[in-house]
Structure formats: structure tokens, C-alpha cells
Ligand binder design. Sequence first.
Ligand SMILES: O=C(O)CCC(=O)C(=O)O
Ligand SMILES: [Fe+2]
Length: 202
Amino acid sequence: MRSSIGQHGLFDIGGPRVLVEDVEGGIVYHPGVVSEAMARRWFEALRDEVPWQAQQRPMYDRIVDVPRLTAAYRLAREDLPMPLREAAALLRQRTGQPFNAVGLNHYRDGRDSVAPHNDKLHILVPHHPIALVSLGAPRRMVIRAKRVPRTSIAIDLEPGSLLLMSYDSQLHYEHGVPKTREPVGPRISLAFRVRPDVDRLP
Ligand SMILES: O=C(O)CCC(=O)C(=O)O
Ligand SMILES: [Fe+2]
């Protein structure tokens, strides 16, 4: 499928920024979807209330720590933390997408990261986007085309922003949040998805 890294909007302030174009809506950054005050409240509540997990993963012949804390919820859960309930309602209204699950990432400082990847296709219902809400300190995301010449674009994900990524973009682009030596505060991201296997989540 044809897609390309957007040339426009790099210096726009305020409005949506199209980072990648494709037939399913591409990758679009929407700053200020949540007010600063609300983003701060959500950040603090989730930081303190979510049972964050420090996971380990096999990597080749070793077991390595996942370099961030994570959590996951079905959105239908009765005891869903209030910020997730509010964010899900806002996103459903804004996008019309039937999100049913959220994955959370907590980047404690610049040593925490997520390696370049595309979201696993078996946990996505095709043609529905992923909605990433950012809370806490800004962190830089790098989006890179899989196809040569592997063009890349960096975007600072600010608190209260929304990054919408099409399903199609997961086939053609990787995204990651690299480690940084800059002194950065903690960040939480919420990844809302339409999952086919939502019953397997807590
Ligand atoms: O923290 C982010 O903004 C990215 C998270 C991510 O890519 C994921 O959870 O799959
Ligand atoms: Fe991802």
C-alpha cells in the first residue's frame, strides 16, 4: 500500500500534524487533546494506582528486563481506573473507534524506552487505528519507514497529546521511544486498541 512520510506541518503549532500518509489515515499527531491540568491529574492517579509490572523477556539466549513498567486492561472492566474510563470515553467520542483495550507504559526516566517495533498484528483488529495518549514529561518518538531509504521522523510527544496510528502504518513503519541522556521526567503513555483477543486481558 502506498504511504509516505509527510512533508507538511513540521512547523505548525497547535493543529494536527500529519506525519505519515496512507489510505487508512496514516499517523497524525494531535496536540492538546487533553488539558494540562487533566493530563497532570491522570498522570498522578495512574502512577499511584496502577499495579505496574516490571516484566522480563527472552532475548536470544538471555532473559532481559523490559526497560519500562507496563500494565494492561480490558476497557469493560468494572474497576477500570477513572482516568482510563475518562480517556476511553474521550477517544471513542473523538474518533468513533470501538476501543476495547488499553496498554500502559511508564517510562520512569531517560533510561526507560521502547525499542523500534510495529504493534503486534495479532492483537489488532485490522483497519482500526491505535490511539496513543501521552501524560507526564514529553518524550521523543522516532517513526521510521521499513522500506529503504528508511526515512525517519521524530516527534516530541507532549502531555495531553494524541498520536493516531493507522493499522496500515504498522505494516510499513516502526515506532520507538529511544533512551536519552537528557534529564527527562517520568512519562506515562496509554495505547488504546481494538483487540480481537480482549477476553485474554485482566
Ligand atoms: O509510549 C509510547 O508512546 C509508545 C508505546 C508503544 O509503542 C506501545 O505500547 O506499543
Ligand atoms: Fe507500539
